[in-house]
Design a protein around this ligand. Structure first.
Ligand SMILES: *Cc1c(COP(=O)(O)O)cnc(C)c1O
Ligand code: SF4
Length: 457
């Protein structure tokens, strides 16, 4: 027998860390779940009923694990938050309560007042201007051939950084929510609009979160859209698999409803998929693996959209681990979004440069179809832009200028890096409104150098 020569050195164990999923009854480390058995923890109704919505419920759940100072900090954080708080027991169990400030899951769902930073001066509540592109309540028609349908405004958890903090979840001390169409009768207007626009081939069903739609409404919406001849593709969007994967194991009617739509679509030659939203590698456990296997075996294709969040996934190594773990579960990493410029979460945003550096590292570490595109959903309604495709990027002052010729021709869209990430000199400039304007005008001028001048959206 000939001797095989291994030209590459053996891979480091670290490069296979993505296969190392959390095992066992990890939730029993949380005081309130100490006596919860596997069957109970995997019951989605139990998860929903025990979701934490107030600082008092949080305290009762983790009593003794986190310091009283941290709990006070959270109480103060709740008052300033644009989003209501709701965290599943699954997510609570994945937080390292011994160092909650640094924990990537705590940072996404539970605000702590002491870590908040002032909002960027250029930030608005509906930063993507979805309401401007909304022809009927609960439908956003921005791109030519695709539309975003928002049939529900509740989610299994509330993310602090939600793009739709203007509409999602109950009102908070900080924000009275815009109302979306939330009942089957109200949806008819959206179906009617879609049926009258033959260019619409692709419908995103988001919200809110499709996890919270009862199975009959998954079928009602899916069938209504499949019945429209020019609709060729649809995606149900849900954060659920990342924060409550057990629903896919214990709510069989919901999985059956989704599978029925996917099967009917397949027979009609139409594509029905699920889009989900994992952000941190720790969100993926043995329970997630079992849940994703169910979808894979039912023939439901899953793509993931992450948000690049400071302290959650904003290093090359953590993003690489996340996308490898997703690939391992047959989930295609589709997008990584720049964090939108939404209120009250400045400490979670990061810079365009961070996205560029992270992308450079991730690309080449796994299959191309498992490698996400890093995008900036341009504030002001420009739509998604490849982060690298800016017309101009002033790294010193943190101003990126994007154009979107097939969405809003001739317009310039600006994304601003968080000010605390800039040099002391640049931070001082941002403190003066007159200088802010000068910096922005200069970036716009430079972006148009030698070409057609873009005007601000
Ligand atoms: C993101 C989005 C879509 C879907 O865009 P893809 O790039 O196809 O994922 C459609 N409509 C709106 C308004 C969106 O924000
Ligand atoms: S699950 Fe989606 S819609 Fe709901 S709060 Fe999170 S980001 Fe917003």
């Amino acid at each position: 027998m000939s001797q095989i020569v291994h030209k590459k050195p053996p891979a480091s164990p670290q490069s296979m860390e993505h296969r190392n999923l959390k095992q066992g009854e990890f939730w029993r480390e949380i005081p309130a779940y100490r006596d919860v058995d596997e069957a109970t923890f995997l019951d989605h109704l139990w998860q929903q009923r025990h979701s934490v919505k107030t600082p008092e419920e949080l305290l009762a759940t983790i009593e003794g694990l986190a310091s009283p100072e941290f709990i006070d900090d959270v109480k103060a954080g709740f008052h300033h938050a644009p989003m209501a708080v709701r965290v599943s027991p699954y997510a609570i169990s994945l937080i390292d309560w011994h160092s909650p400030y640094d924990d990537p899951i705590r940072r996404q769902f539970i605000p702590a007042a002491s870590t908040l930073l002032p909002d960027h001066p250029k930030l608005t509540l509906d930063s993507l201007h979805e309401q401007d592109d909304s022809p009927v309540p609960g439908l956003v028609h921005r791109y030519v051939d695709k539309a975003l349908f928002l049939p529900i405004n509740v989610c299994p958890v509330y993310c602090r950084f939600c793009t739709r903090s203007y509409a999602i979840g109950p009102d908070t001390d900080e924000v009275d929510k815009v109302s979306l169409a939330k009942t089957p009768a109200q949806w008819q207007e959206a179906f009617q609009y879609i049926s009258e626009r033959p260019e619409l081939e692709d419908i995103v069903i988001s919200g809110g979160d499709a996890y919270q739609l009862p199975p009959r409404n998954i079928e009602l919406i899916g069938n209504a859209l499949l019945d429209i001849p020019h609709v060729r593709r649809m995606r149900f969007a849900t954060k659920g698999p990342a924060v409550m994967p057990m629903k896919l194991l214990s709510h069989s009617e919901w999985v059956d409803a989704l599978a029925a739509i996917a099967d009917r679509g397949r027979k009609m030659g139409k594509d029905v998929v699920l889009h989900t939203h994992f952000n941190a590698p720790e969100e993926i456990t043995w329970i997630t693996q079992r849940a994703m296997d169910v979808l894979f075996q039912r023939g439901i294709f899953v793509r993931n959209q992450s948000v690049l969040i400071r302290g959650v996934n904003d290093t090359p190594e953590r993003m690489q681990l996340l996308v490898r773990r997703l690939a391992y579960l047959n989930v295609h990493a589709y997008y990584v979004y720049m964090h939108d410029m939404v209120r009250g979460v400045e400490e979670l945003r990061t810079t365009i440069q961070t996205a560029i550096d992270t992308e450079k590292f991730v690309r080449g570490s796994l299959a191309g179809f498992n490698t996400p595109t890093f995008v900036c959903d341009a504030p002001g309604g420009g739509g998604k832009r490849d982060v690298h495709s800016f017309e101009y990027y002033d790294r010193e002052n943190g101003i990126a200028v994007y154009a979107a010729p097939s969405v809003k021709p001739g317009k310039a869209f600006l994304y601003f890096d968080p000010i605390d990430r800039l040099t002391a000199d640049a931070q001082a400039r941002w403190a003066v409104p007159a200088i802010q304007q000068q910096m922005i005008e200069e970036a716009l001028r430079k972006s148009g150098a030698g070409r057609e001048q873009l005007v601000p959206a």
